[in-house]
Design a protein around this ligand. Structure first.
Ligand code: NAI
Length: 213
């Protein structure tokens, strides 16, 4: 791979989508693809795709198109870690439980190693084989188990304080579901995920679509 150029946020956000498409191509037994075919599938121009790939040395396009295997392996290496990422979930309510049960995270290399809650009725139970521990054990657990990511599925009022605790304890990134755009003074990456934002965009599109008809 060539020396890395700094990726724009827009390119970065396209990478998981590329990996999804490369996975699908591989599963369908397709071994070669050109940038224009890929562009057609993904609703992008061929030049946009080649430009994105140039950040990573171009992925060795030869003759007719790219090797799907090379694209898939390279994108996996760019996005994921060989040994995977360790994840804890904080807040084992409706959302935390659903996330803990979602096996696709594991398939993508995100391993849930601990779940925490404050509710004594939940502590000691397991979800998908992982024990729910008391939030009081948070720092000790992180000190003993290298933790890459904390998923925050807590009430909004609790989120900032817990986020600061996990960041201070050495967690490397936060996946925040609480309805706020979480920012911390600590320099760690945060992804804020708001399903209702996406739903509202859909609502807006539906309204406009109806009006245009
Ligand atoms: P819930 O009430 O079912 O679960 C919250 C859990 O957090 C409870 O088990 C509670 O005991 C625990 N908790 C409260 N304080 C805590 C603390 N200090 N330490 C550890 N655990 C604590 O709520 P639900 O439905 O699971 O939602 C969780 C959060 O996710 C809410 O903030 C909600 O608004 C948000 N949410 C966000 C979505 C999104 O798309 N971003 C979608 C759904 C929910």
């Amino acid at each position: 791979m060539q020396a890395k150029k700094r990726l724009s946020e827009a390119v970065m956000r396209r990478l998981p989508r590329y990996l999804r498409y490369f996975t699908e191509l591989k599963e369908n037994g397709i071994t070669k693809i050109s940038s224009s075919e890929l562009g057609e599938k993904m609703g992008m121009t061929a030049s946009q795709i080649r430009q994105d790939f140039s950040y990573f040395g171009g992925f060795g396009q030869q003759g007719y198109g790219y090797s799907v295997e090379v694209l898939y392996d390279s994108m996996k290496r760019i996005l994921l870690k060989e040994q995977g990422f360790t994840v804890i979930i904080i807040g084992a309510g409706n959302l935390g439980t659903a996330l803990a049960k979602y096996n696709n995270f594991h398939k993508r290399g995100f391993d849930i190693i601990g779940i925490f809650d404050i509710n004594p009725k939940l502590i000691g139970k397991t979800i998908n084989g992982t024990e729910i521990m008391s939030i009081d054990r948070l720092e000790d657990f992180i000190a003993q188990h290298e933790t890459d990511i904390a998923i925050l599925s807590l009430p909004r009022s609790e989120t900032k304080a817990i986020a600061a605790r996990v960041a201070n304890a050495g967690v490397k990134g936060l996946f925040n579901f609480s309805p706020m755009d979480l920012k911390l003074p600590h320099e760690i990456p945060i992804e804020n995920v708001h399903l209702s934002d996406s739903l509202m965009v859909l609502g807006y599109k539906i309204k406009n679509f109806q009006e245009e008809k």
